[in-house]
Each structure stands twice: as structure tokens, then as C-alpha cells.
Design a protein around this ligand. Sequence first.
Ligand SMILES: [Zn+2]
Length: 254
Amino acid sequence: MLNKIKKYLSDNTGYLIRLDDIAENMNWNMMDQTTSLFDKFNIKPVLGVIPNNKDPELLSYPKKKENFWQQVHKWKNKGWEIAMHGNNHVYDKFCKKIDYLSQGGNTEFCTHSYENQLKKIEMGLEKFSKENMKIKIFFAPNHTFDSNTLLALKKSGINEIIDGYGLMPYEEKGIKFIPQLFYKIFALPFGIQTFQIHLNYYDQNDFENLKKFVELNSKKIITYTEAVSKINNNLFFKLTRIFTKKILQIKRLF
Ligand SMILES: [Zn+2]
């Protein structure tokens, strides 16, 4: 019995690493160090690539000499998962807590008309397809999207989002959601969690912390395919979604 419980817990505990704001302009020094670390431990993260980055803040980071899209193909060929992170990452609206996850804030998508959102998503996908890349996963800048975003994504053939509440991937409105709870690396003892990492804001100290975490937990770090295979819509996990939503809405604590 105890062994069965142990097996259940270990089968349903895993960490997925999501690197945000991957674009031509970024903190390449941190990206290079992180790449070596992940290669050493055979970690395969998800990269949130911004196809047409026009975010003034992100554009202030340096470019690399090497062609960016060749680099994206290299990551993909290693088995890293490539997701679309918005289209241009420009926050052209602010939404109150009427977005899908009820968080509110600056947004590229939320409160835009369906037609507008569809255009944004199509522009992003066009860039990927020009670079010979097929995309099936999306996550919005600043977590802000609404039901029109979901409709526009489905219309464009995207049915998977890395965001949302709870302890286990789930399906809702025809979309697969892989939950993303905390801003910092904060490992819960149970559940499938996504760690959101912004290397642009990393200093050497942050990197050392990430390194320590990876060294200690590399066996629990899973791939995107493993995460999505854990989709579970049962009542217990539905309740954990409601519970984590309530807690994180009070304040994004981590
Ligand atoms: Zn972002």
C-alpha cells in the first residue's frame, strides 16, 4: 500500500522549465550559461519565443552575431520545445481582472476584439512558418488573455497553453492547460508544475541558485511531452485549481 502511494506521488510530481522572452535581443550571457547547464543534465525546457519582438524594454538587450532562427532550430533539434510567446510582446492595453485567469495587468491580447487577436496570432504564426517551424503551444505575455484569445488560437490550430492554476494539467474549453503558479522557483512536493524563468532579469547569483536547484532535482525535471501526458480532469484536481486560484489572486506571493 505504502509503495503504491509512493509510486502515485512520484508519478504525479514533476517540474517543467519554461524560459520566457526568448528573442533576438536578450541576455545571451545567461542564456549560454543556462544552455550548458541544461545540456549537462539533459534538461529539455520549453522556450517561449517572441516571433516579432517589438517590446522596447526587451529590445534594449544585445543581439548575437549568429542568426537567431538558426539558433532556435538548434534548440529544437536538441528536443527543446518551442512555444509562441505572444506576437510582438507590446503591451498596448491594460485589462482589469476580467482576463481568463483573473489577474489583470498590461496585455498584448486581453480586451482586443476577436478579429484583432486572430490577426496578432496569425502574424506570429506566419513568422514561425517562414522560418520553417510549426507551433502547437502558446502562452501570453504577462499571463493576460481572454476567451477571444482561446477562440483565435483554436481557429489557428493551437490547442495548448502553458498557464493556469492547479496541480495538474487539465483540459478546458477545448484547450490543454499546463499550470504555471509561481514567479520564482518554488517546488511543491506534489503535482506537475511549470517554473517560469526570465533570464533577462537574472544576475550571477540567480544563476547559481538555478544551478543548485537543477543539480538537486534534475531527475524530477520533465519534458513538455511528459507534462501534457498527465492531463487529469478529476474532481480533486479541479478543487486544487479553485484553491490555488483563490490563494494566488489574493496576492501573487512568489
Ligand atoms: Zn514575456
